[in-house]
Design a protein around this ligand. Sequence first.
Ligand code: GDP
Ligand code: IMO
Ligand code: MG
Length: 422
Amino acid sequence: MTHNTATIVLGAQYGDEGKGKLVDLIADKADFVCRVQGGNNAGHTIWVGGRKVVTHLIPSAILRPECRVGLGAGMVIDPLAWRDEYEMLQSLGVNMNPNRLFVDPRAQVILPYHRISDRKRESDSSSHGKSIGTTGRGIGPAYASRAFREGPRIADLVRDGAVEALLERSPHLQEGFDAAIRSDFAVIARALRPHVRDVAATACDVLDAGQRLLIEGAQGAMLDVSFGSYPFVTSSSLLAGSCPGNLGIPPWRIGNIIGVVKAYSTRVGNGPYVGEIHGALEEQIRKVGAEFGSTTGRPRRVGWLDLVALRYFVRVNGITALSLMKSDVLQGLPEVGLVTAYRNKDTQKILDFWPTTIAEMENVEPVVEFCKGWNSVVEVSGTLTDPFRDFVQCIEKLAGIPVVYVSTGPDRDQGHWQAQML
Ligand code: GDP
Ligand code: IMO
Ligand code: MG
C-alpha cells in the first residue's frame, strides 16, 4: 500500500472470495479503511486467534486497532443491522469509539419497507421461476428509493423528526415503520450521531496528509449492476472505477487495485454460472471449503475458476494484481479445472470474452482445461510446489497480471506473499 494513493481490495468473482481475510491482513498498514458500496448483504469473515468474526456493514478492518474505518456515501445502511453489529463487536472488546468509526451523512437508510419489498418481490418472482436469490436485506429497494430521491439518508436519521417528515411525503415507505421501530430508530439515531462524519472529506484529508487509504470492496465484479450477469446481480456499481465516486475522492487518487479470487469459484443466488460443478465433487469442495453464505447461510454453488470472466474483469477494473485464496481446499484432487473459453451451444463457436446479455451467457458451455492437482500448496521452504506453481502461472498468463498473495487457510498467518507490492 502506498502513501497518497488509495488501494482497492476488489472481489473479482461472484463475491465471497475472501476479501475480509485479505483486508484484515493488510489493514495493519492502513490509516483509514472504508466500505463504499452495498450494505449488510455482504459478509466478511475474519479469523483471529482461533475466533471467527463476520462483519456485514462495518468494515472488517475495525478489528485492526491501529486504523480508523468509515462507511462511505455510496452505502445503504440498515439502522437495526448497524445496532446489532455494533453491539456484537463491542461485546468482543473492539474499540468502537466515534473517533475511529465514521458514517457518512450521505449514505442511504434502509427502512423496514425496503426489506419487506425485497422479500415480496423475490417471493412473487420465484413463483415465475425468476427470482434473483437476493439476501433479502432490502438492498435493491433502498437503492431504488435513492434513485427516486425519496428515501432518508443518515443525515435525516440523526435529525429529530426528519425521517417522519420524509415518510409523510412518501406514504408507501411507512410500511412496517410501526411504533416499536420508530422508537428503535430514535434510540439508534442518538447513539449513531457522534459517528456521523464527512467520510469523503476525511478520506481526502488522509491522502493529502500522505497517509494510507484502503477501500474494502463488497460483493464481486460479476455481480456488478451493469457489467455482471444482469439481472442476477446486486443493485450497486462495484467496479474499481465507481469506488472513488462512491467514497468521494478523485479518481486519480486510486493506486493499486487488488483483485481477490478463489482457486475455484462460488456463487450464492440464482443466475447463469459457466463452469459450475455438479455432483460428488461439488459436495466435496463445498464441504472442505465450508462454502455456506456468511450472511444467509445458504449453500454456495461451486465451479471452476473462470479465466474468461477474470480476464474481462481485470480489464474493466484495471486490476493490477491478484490475491489467490483457498488453494488449500483443492489439495489432493488429481486434477483441477480452469475455464479457458466459452463455446456457443448452438453454433459451437468459441468465445473468449464475457457475454453482454443473459441470453448469451445462458447459451454457452465452458471449455475446461485441467491442470495437475497438488497435495500441498507450499514446500516447507516456503516456495510453491511444482504443480501448484504451474496452476498459478497459468492464471497469471491468462489474466495478464501477477498473483501477489497465495492464501492457504482462513487465519491471518496462513498465506504467502509472492511479491512485495504493499
Ligand atoms: P468475503 O465476503 O470476500 O470477505 O468472503 P467470505 O468471508 O464471505 O467467505 C470466504 C470464506 O473463506 C471465509 O469463511 C474465510 O474464513 C475463508 N477463507 C479465506 N481465505 C481462505 C483460505 O485461503 N483457505 C480456506 N480454507 N479458507 C479461507
Ligand atoms: P460479499 O461482500 C456473495 C448476491 C446475492 C444475490 C445477488 C443480489 O460477502 O462478497 P442483494 O441482496 O445484493 O440484492 O442480492 O447478489 N450477493 C452476494 N453474494 N457475496 C456478497 O457479498 C453478496 N452480496 C450480494 O446472493 O445473488
Ligand atoms: Mg462474503
